[in-house]
Design a protein around this ligand. Structure first.
Ligand code: GDP
Ligand code: MN
Length: 431
C-alpha cells in the first residue's frame, strides 16, 4: 500500500515540476479593484479625519488598571456568549454546490525545517474545515523546497488535495541594496541589548518585509482573490461548517482575523510618525469609516502609546489572517508600503508585518469590512481565540474566553478596544 501511495506522490511531484515553467517571476500589474480607489474628500472632512488621528483616545488622568479590568470583562462577556456561525443569510454550507469555489488558497511561507510544525497546523485545519472544502495550498520559501519536504506535505494531505510549491525571487526577499548594513547592525545590536526578539536575525527582517510588501505579488497567487495564512505549530479547535472564503467574498470582507494584541513599542518607534507623513501626502487615502480609535488607544498600555509616538501598537496577529489580495495589490496599499520601505524601518527598526498591515487596514479600509472570526478557535503560542460553542456539535478543546495561560499577559489583549470602539451593532450581532 505504501508503495502505491508513494508512487502516486512521485507522479504528482513530477507533474508539478513540469508545470512550473509557467510561473515566471514578472510581477502582475496593480489591479485597482474599484472598491479600493480612494474618493476625493473636502478639506473639511480631511481636517476632521486628521484631528482624530492626532489626539489620543483617552484624555489625561486615565487609570490604566481600571481600564484593563473593564476591558477584561468586556472581552470575557463576548466570548462567553454562545457563538455559532455568522448570522447572514448567504452562508455557503459544506456539501453545497458552491462550497469550495472561491478563488482562494491557504498560504504557508515556511522553511524546509518547518515541515513537522506545518504538518501539525494543516492537520487540525483539515479536520476542522478543509476536508469539506478542499481549498488548495500554496507553499512559499526563499530557498528551494526539498523533495523530503514536498513528499512530507503530500503524505499529510488527502490524495485529492491540490498543492503548489514556489520559490521567492531573491530580489523580493533580500535586504535591499540601499540599506546601510553597518547602520543596520549597530541599531540591531542596541535593540538586542534591550531584549527585542529577532532583532539580529536578518531573515526575520526579510520575512516581515516580504509579508508586508511582496507576498501578494507572487506569481503563484496571481489567480487568487483570498489567501488564508497558516504558520507552523498553530492549532484550530472548532468545526467550521461553512465556506469561510465565500463568506468573505459574499459579504465584502477585506480582512479576517482572530486575535489582536499590543506590540513591543521598541520595534516600531518611528512607524507611526512615518505613517502620518505618508497620510499628510495622501489624505484622500483615509477611509471615513476607518478603525482610528483602535490605533489611538492609550488607556490600557499608555507606555506603548508613548513609546510608539502616538500609536497604541494594537495590531492583528497576522500569523492567522485571511486577506483580500485585491486590497494589498491596490495602488493605495502599494504606495503606502513602498513609502515605509524607503524609510528603511524593516531593517533600522524591527517593524513587523503585523503593525504595518494593521495600520493600513485601520486607516484605509472600511472597519465594517474587517471581520473578527470569533467562531474560529485558534491558537499560536501563547495566545488563543476560544469561543463558546455548542460543545456536542463542535467539541471545542480550548477554554472559552481564555486568552492566555499566564495572567500577566492578559494586558496584551487589544480585543476589548476593538469591541468597544470599532465594532458596530451590526458587527456585534453577526454571532
Ligand atoms: P513569529 O511567529 O513572529 O515568532 O515568527 P515565525 O518564526 O513563526 O515566522 C513567521 C512565518 O514566517 C512562519 O510561517 C515561518 O515559517 C516563516 N519564516 C520565518 N523566517 C523565515 C525564513 O527565513 N524563510 C522562510 N521561508 N520562512 C520563514
Ligand atoms: Mn509564528
Amino acid at each position: 500500500h505504501y508503495d502505491t501511495v508513494s508512487s502516486a506522490i512521485d507522479e504528482k511531484l513530477s507533474q508539478m515540476s513540469n508545470s512550473r515553467t509557467g510561473d515566471s517571476s514578472s510581477q502582475p500589474g496593480l489591479e485597482n479593484a474599484p472598491e479600493f480607489i480612494p474618493t476625493t474628500k473636502s478639506t473639511e472632512i480631511i481636517n476632521k479625519l486628521m484631528e482624530r488621528l492626532e489626539k489620543p483616545l483617552y484624555d489625561d488622568g486615565i487609570d490604566s488598571r481600571q481600564i484593563l479590568r473593564k476591558n477584561k470583562e468586556t472581552y470575557a462577556s463576548v466570548l462567553r456568549t454562545k457563538i455559532d456561525e455568522p448570522n447572514v443569510d448567504n452562508l455557503v454550507k459544506a456539501g453545497s454546490d458552491e462550497a469550495g469555489t472561491a478563488k482562494a488558497t491557504f498560504l504557508c511561507l515556511v522553511r524546509n525545517e518547518d515541515l513537522d510544525g506545518i504538518i501539525k497546523s494543516i492537520q487540525t485545519l483539515q479536520e476542522t474545515f478543509n476536508n469539506e472544502f478542499n481549498y488548495p495550498y500554496t507553499f512559499l520559501n526563499d530557498d528551494e523546497f526539498t523533495e523530503e519536504f514536498k513528499k512530507g506535505i503530500l503524505n499529510a494531505l488527502p490524495a485529492k488535495a491540490s498543492v503548489r510549491f514556489g520559490k521567492i525571487e531573491d530580489s523580493d526577499w533580500e535586504m535591499p541594496a540601499w540599506i546601510d548594513i553597518g547602520d543596520y547592525q549597530k541599531k540591531m545590536e542596541a535593540l538586542d541589548e534591550q531584549g527585542v526578539g529577532h532583532a539580529k536575525q536578518l531573515s526575520y527582517h526579510n520575512m516581515c518585509r516580504y509579508y508586508s510588501k511582496n507576498f501578494h505579488h507572487h506569481p503563484m497567487l496571481r489567480d487568487y482573490k483570498f489567501a488564508w495564512r497558516v504558520e507552523p505549530g498553530v492549532s484550530f479547535y472548532c468545526q467550521i461548517d461553512y465556506d469561510v472564503f465565500k463568506f468573505m467574498e459574499m459579504n465584502n470582507k477585506v480582512y479576517g482575523f482572530t486575535l489582536n494584541l499590543y506590540d513591543n513599542p521598541l520595534t516600531v518607534e518611528t512607524l507611526w510618525p512615518t505613517v502620518m507623513e505618508f497620510v499628510r501626502e495622501h489624505p484622500d487615502y483615509l477611509h471615513e469609516n476607518g478603525a482610528f480609535e483602535w490605533l489611538k488607544e492609550n488607556g490600557q498600555k499608555p507606555d506603548n502609546y508613548n513609546g510608539a509616538n502616538g500609536y497604541s501598537t494594537c495590531h492583528f496577529w497576522t500569523n492567522f489572517e485571511i486577506t483580500n489580495l485585491d486590497f494589498l495589490r491596490s495602488q493605495l496599499y502599494q504606495d503606502y508600503v513602498d513609502f515605509l520601505d524607503q524609510r528603511g524601518g524593516f531593517y533600522y527598526e524591527r517593524w513587523g508585518d503585523a503593525p504595518v498591515r494593521s495600520i493600513a487596514l485601520a486607516l484605509f479600509a472600511d472597519k465594517d469590512s474587517i471581520h473578527w472570526f470569533r467562531d474560529i478557535g485558534y491558537s499560536h503560542m501563547p495566545y488563543t481565540n476560544c469561543p463558546k460553542r455548542d460543545e456536542e456539535k463542535y467539541r471545542a478543546q480550548c477554554v472559552p474566553g481564555k486568552f492566555v495561560p499566564w495572567g500577566n499577559l492578559e494586558a496584551e489583549n487589544c480585543q476589548a478596544t476593538w469591541i468597544k470602539y470599532v465594532m458596530s451593532e451590526d458587527q456585534m450581532d453577526l454571532y
